[in-house]
Design a binder for this molecule. Structure first.
Ligand code: PRT
Ligand code: MG
Length: 221
């Protein structure tokens, strides 16, 4: 039987992915939320899971170290998405990629390049280029919200869910760059070589996410 490797993003995406796997009838040998293992066998013959940093998932799948992966659209855009098919929006780990800052920050920088602190350098560059706005990009790896407060940047480009983090730091959302959710991605060569097994798995995920969408439309969450 053809073996398949599915790479999962650890952290908050994993918390949303595990119920989806369970609903699809896929059970890891141990609970990944409660284990230090990086590779998990499952109850499905030949299917194993990798649990890796969210930002590394596109790399593992692009190189074929995993046949499929679950990754945030934010991470996929920043990666560039070459060598990957993106057949399915899983509708999990939803949020918005936004520009935010202290009140009046955009007006304050009207006559000079806007200083933008972000983890999403390529996405931010493309966004402000489209808008015709000159920017100076400052790469950060976390706690973007701090940058405007200490004068490191005029604005940040970061993910926003409830808005609580922005509010807690006195920041305002200015504009949405795009809606984000997690996607199933597939290695292009694997899609050819392991077509039947991958189609079968895609089918299972398709039905599961469709059932959950129907459920949430019917009132639940
Ligand atoms: O921690 P590590 O560096 O290993 O990786 P990571 O920080 O990328 O992992 P993790 O677990 O934070 O997961 C990140 C992925 O989850 C992102 O790539 C998104 O696809 C998805 N996601 C969904 C989010 C959020 N929602 C989210 N709200 N990632 C981060 N946030 C953060 C945001 O950066 C901000 O600090 O939550 C804060 C805002 O939330 P609210 O509710 O206060 O608005
Ligand atoms: Mg994190």
């Amino acid at each position: 039987m053809t073996s398949l490797t599915l790479a999962l993003s650890k952290g908050r995406i994993l918390e949303d992915t595990l119920p989806l796997l369970a609903a699809a009838g896929i059970e890891p040998e141990e609970d990944p939320l409660d284990s230090r293992k990086l590779v998990f066998a499952t109850n499905r013959e030949g299917l194993r899971l990798l649990v890796i940093r969210a930002a590394d998932v596109p790399t593992f799948v692009a190189y074929g170290a995993a046949d499929l992966g679950v990754a945030g659209k934010d991470v996929l855009i920043e990666h560039g998405g070459q060598d990957l098919y993106e057949p399915l929006d899983l509708g999990i780990a939803k949020c918005r990629l936004m520009v935010a800052g202290l009140p009046g920050a955009l007006e304050g920088a009207a006559n000079r390049p806007l200083r933008v602190a972000t983890k999403y350098i390529e996405t931010a560059r493309a966004h402000f280029a489209r808008a015709g706005r000159q920017v100076e990009l400052i790469k950060l790896y976390g706690s973007m919200e701090l940058a405007p407060i200490v004068g490191l940047a005029d604005v940040i480009v970061d993910l926003v869910d409830t808005g609580n983090t922005l509010r807690a730091n006195g920041l305002e959302p200015f504009e949405t760059i795009r809606e984000i959710s997690s996607r199933l991605v597939v290695n292009k060569a694997a899609m050819k070589m392991k077509h039947d097994r991958i189609e079968e798995l895609l089918d299972v995920f398709n039905r599961t996410t469709e059932a959950q969408r129907t459920q949430s439309r019917a009132g639940g969450k």
